[in-house]
Unconditional design. Structure first.
Length: 682
């Protein structure tokens, strides 16, 4: 059966068969994830007689292959080296022997789906006289190697000759207009961080590189004419998949996952008729270069050969040059602490409506990124048997996080995360920014943290009560709901110990912030216990407040327990106490000691405001009501205004009921209101 596609996305494998058999097995491969139906009676292949089958064993050329492949195998003993040599001899036909020795894959073909769009024809661009001979040479070379053929179709795209680093010329075709009308293939490409994480626990590494991998994948016959290009000396089309097509990466990734589905890599490659480049293959190394990284048994670091391009990068003169530089730096951002802060001045230059004005700040940012990438820290692989630790922090302009694990006595960094805040986010209050840092960091490291318990460390003490907001609303409610999917413990860590995540610029929240007033007053842990009772009288001292609370039968059991332990008493212990004590017991998590006195920590639903309310003993209630309602500053306001004023500083059991009774029984208020009058006719 010759290989052919019987219908879109279905491939029939070529094979030799004996027609004397009653039944002939046919191997059919579905090339995508959608189910396919083959109609009964459909012709899916044809038979042709074979005249002769001649086996031509290819002699293995040690001069071409073994010295390249077996070099740097000092880690293997002689027996192991012999085994490697025997393996390579067994699969010698996998390795390309010359530039023209390129395989032809029999498991996939590339499709260019343009729907019903009419053909696009573009005229050739003028080439410099010095480049014309080079273009003709490259075309002839591709014809001789079976890469291209003459075309007679209606499609045409212009060529572009690009100079490579080694001085040679790369032949490219400008397929932008073709890509624009091509229906996109959404097959996912692997993430580099997931790929590196999968290497955890490996001790030996090998890397394989296909010889001109794209050119080993054929184009579907009906789509070849769409790849046509013109040099001014004829019209040519690709027989194999060229560079520059928008769906080429998806086709190649699908092919690799199909071919390598299993661990017998050489057998799989041989079966797919793919060829390897011996110059680029590395076997059985303790350390290899992979996708711009140096990987070993327990560490990942940047490849100095790749980051050298960053070090030697000249100062960008245009936005295009700057974006190219930032693109290369961003590839390694997981290695750079506070990357967003470092790159922010340069990113500003790439924004729309921004003049390209290179300042001292830009120069400093440019040089800092170069330095950071050449001295980037070594990261470790994540381990499934160790707990993850996530340190988060926020400043006025950015948020950041460090993901690590404790391995032995060392806390090893797995990755860094940082993000600049948008204009609306910069107006958030301190607590909201810190909470945003937690949400964004957990989302960024979702693939590490989801489904596992981890430790979340923050230097913002108020976030220890993160999940205890009462009836949160709006954005805070959405954030908390999102975090409910994760299993973590929050731990407060002082700023002096939080340097790994706290290296962002630390400035106090502006007093004019619409979400908060003074951050220290709202969320600070240091609160003055001496409360002046809305009057000019002397303030209560800490000892006086504590003494009054201990004399109150409703407060005393709670205060005594808080003074001796942080553990909440059981219901059996609290059951004999008064109803008021039980209601205080229900507030246990929001009750805290300040200078020996009991306070209630109240937070707004959105988490942007907070106050410390003194648990007022019964002996002081009338004094507070009198000063709040009856005094000159009280002005005999109604129930709601009086209640609001009291709640700024105080809390006690049945507070609202006491305020209502006090206002209702106030003689001055009653005299001012006068008698009720009936409306005429009622």
């Amino acid at each position: 059966f010759p290989s052919q596609v019987s219908q879109k996305g279905v491939l029939v494998a070529a094979t030799l068969v004996d027609l004397k058999r009653d039944a002939i097995p046919v191997r059919v491969l579905n090339l995508d994830n959608k189910p396919k139906t083959v109609d009964k009676g459909a012709v899916i292949a044809t038979c042709e007689p074979v005249v002769d089958i001649v086996a031509r064993p290819q002699e293995f050329s040690e001069s071409l292959h073994l010295p390249l492949i077996l070099e740097n195998l000092e880690g293997l003993n002689e027996e192991q080296r012999t085994a490697v040599k025997e393996l390579l001899q067994e699969f010698q036909n996998l390795f390309s022997t010359s530039d023209s020795d390129v395989g032809r894959c029999n498991m996939a073909q590339h499709r260019i789906n343009t729907g019903n769009h009419p053909p696009i024809k573009q005229y050739p661009r003028r080439l410099p006289l010095a480049k014309k001979d080079e273009a003709e040479r490259l075309v002839k070379e591709m014809v001789d190697n079976g890469i291209i053929e003459e075309s007679s179709g209606p499609w045409a795209s212009p060529i572009v000759l690009v100079k490579k680093k080694d001085g040679l010329t790369r032949f490219c075709v400008d397929y932008r207009k073709l890509n624009k009308i091509t229906i996109k293939d959404s097959y996912p490409l692997p993430r580099i961080d997931n790929t590196l994480d999968a290497l955890n626990g490996s001790q030996w590494f090998s890397t394989l590189d296909l010889k001109s991998g794209y050119w080993q994948v054929e184009i579907q016959p009906e789509d070849k004419e769409k790849t046509a290009f013109t040099t001014g000396q004829g019209l040519w089309q690709f027989k194999v998949m060229p560079f520059g097509l928008c769906n080429a990466p998806a086709t190649f990734e699908r092919l690799m996952e199909t071919v390598l589905r299993g661990l017998t890599v050489f057998q799989r490659l041989q079966k797919a008729n793919l060829k390897l480049s011996p110059k680029k293959c590395r076997f059985f190394r303790k350390e290899v270069s992979y996708l711009g990284h140096i990987i070993s048994a327990d560490r990942v670091k940047t490849d100095s050969e790749k980051t050298k391009a960053v070090v030697d990068w000249p100062r960008p003169e245009t936005v295009h040059d700057l974006r190219s530089f930032l693109g290369l730096c961003t590839y390694y951002r997981r290695f750079v602490r506070n990357f967003s802060a470092m790159a922010r001045p340069l990113h500003k230059l790439t924004e729309a409506r921004s003049n390209f004005n290179w300042t001292e700040e830009c120069e400093k940012s440019f040089n800092s990124l170069k330095q950071a990438l050449t001295t980037s820290p070594v990261l470790t692989y994540p381990r499934t048997d160790k707990e993850f630790v996530l340190d988060t922090d926020a400043s006025n302009e950015r948020i950041g996080a460090v993901l690590s694990q404790k391995i032995g006595n060392e806390e090893c960094v797995i990755a860094y995360f940082s993000k600049s805040l948008g204009k609306p986010e910069r107006n958030y209050c301190v607590t909201r920014k810190e909470l945003l840092a937690i949400v964004k960091s957990i989302e960024h490291f979702h693939h590490y943290l989801y489904g596992r318990k981890f430790l979340l460390r923050t230097d913002h003490a108020s976030l220890r009560w993160l999940l205890n907001f009462r009836e949160p609303e709006g954005q805070i409610a959405r954030w908390i709901q999102r975090l409910q999917e994760y299993d973590f413990e929050i731990q407060h860590r002082k700023g002096t110990s939080h340097g790994n995540a706290d290296a962002l610029s630390r400035r106090h929240c502006k007093e004019s912030c619409k979400h908060c007033t003074n951050a220290e007053k709202k969320f600070g842990m240091e609160t003055n216990i001496s409360v002046k009772v809305l009057t000019t009288e002397d303030a209560w001292s800490s000892s006086e407040v504590q003494k009054a609370q201990l004399e109150d039968p409703a407060i005393r059991p709670i205060l005594e327990r808080k003074l001796n332990s942080e553990d909440r008493p059981s219901w059996q212990e609290i059951a004999p106490e008064s109803p008021a004590t039980k209601r205080y017991w229900a507030l246990w998590d929001s009750l805290h000691l300040k200078d020996g006195a009991l306070y209630r920590k109240w937070e707004s639903d959105d988490g942007c405001s907070c106050r410390w309310q003194l648990i007022l003993p019964k002996s002081r209630i009338q004094e507070v009501l009198r000063e709040t309602h009856d005094s000159a500053s009280g002005s005999h306001f109604g129930v709601m205004k009086t209640l609001s004023k009291i709640r700024v500083l105080f809390y006690w059991d049945r507070l609202r009921a006491d305020v209502e009774i006090w206002c209702r029984e106030c003689h001055a208020c009653g005299a001012r209101k006068g008698p009720k009058t009936r409306t005429k006719g009622r």
